[in-house]
Design a protein around this ligand. Sequence first.
Ligand code: SAH
Length: 421
Amino acid sequence: MNVYDGQRIASMLRGRGYIQTDDYTDADIIILNTCAVRAKATDKVFSALGRMRTEKKPDAIMGIVGCVARESGADAFRRVPELNFVLGPQSYHKLPEILDNPDTRLFNIDLGGLEKFDAMPQMETSPLIAYIPIQEGCNHCCTYCIVPYTRGREISRPIDSVIHDVVHAANTGAREICFLGQNVNGYKYTAPDGLSYRLSDLIRAAAQQDAIKRIRFTSSYPTEMTDDLIEMFRTEQKLLPFLNLPIQSGSLNVLTKMNRPYSLNLYIDIVDKLKSARPDIQISSDFIVGFPGETDDDFEQTLDIVRRVKYINSFSFKYSPRPHTAAALMPNQIPEKIKSERLYKLDALLNEIQREFNESCVNKTLSCLYEGPDKTGKYAIYRTPYMQPCVVKIAPQIAPQIAHIKITDANKASLRGDIQN
Ligand code: SAH
């Protein structure tokens, strides 16, 4: 979501004649697009601002947009008096106001909903992967999560606007559509004529675009994997055989305290249904270790579910207490040392399974999407249908957008392969 927000902001600025620089000491405008989901992310914003306030050009304007703006509110101006603007995740379309009046201060952390999507100019060309937000906010209110506070309650975009964006992206260079939302599979829009639309309708519409070869969506909530959506994995071959379906914990006890009221059986049932719809599907998850009150036994149950589902490409985090959340006030907060030990164990298991899966891809030929040059600039990086990075010995300048790649080598983090004709 933040990548998308950043692309929209950059495109708006290019339209006003700005050019991008990698060196903030040379910039006329500095915008930090921020994430507040863990304390570390927020801390990084303020330490970066601490550096930038002294090193930036004296008349450069500087500000923050996104969830840290919403989290810290006007207090951000007190902490960093050099800030010119503080704009929440739903008000960054107001940026032009500060560009027009750089001597003022701009503050807006309202949860206005969908205004930003239409207020920002369309991007002139689409990246190969077009991120298309379809809903914003979340109604689940997991007790650890700051997102309902920073991004507000769920609101779905009108289907016409979403399809307009899909067609525009397809016509201006996109080969993959990634539908976005904090609770993306909760998408529900009722049109003025009374007809209701869900994510499955959007997937079907995107698949009709010839230029679009791959479709995916993120982030999903387990119990909103409705049968119509699962069925898409059977019927729409463009939908990638890969799904991020965060379970967070394998302990019912912890899930209940997290306010994620689903049983493990229900979760496993959903995974089984997905597998019967698309036998080659792979699942990834997000995990939180060290949630308040998590016992050794609870944690072992998380390891059990990892072994059972055999997750690939997952994200794992130590629980981080956040303002505006219920879990921050719960008793039995877990000491940092135990959190670290548990994270280490979980990561070791996830890595082992990931390596096994990557190795199982060797000798297979996968249809992959070009991503960009590798660090040396000499080779091309592709993404497999499971979003594994794959390094190919071909000059990035001549790399095809979509290629059939025979996988020759694999390790925990990435694959190597050769393009097949
Ligand atoms: N559905 C949201 C989730 C983003 S947060 C979205 O797509 O915007 C991504 C992951 O961060 C969550 O799935 C969770 O595993 C983790 N997370 C959220 N709050 C956290 C906290 N307080 N401490 C540690 N990890 C957290």
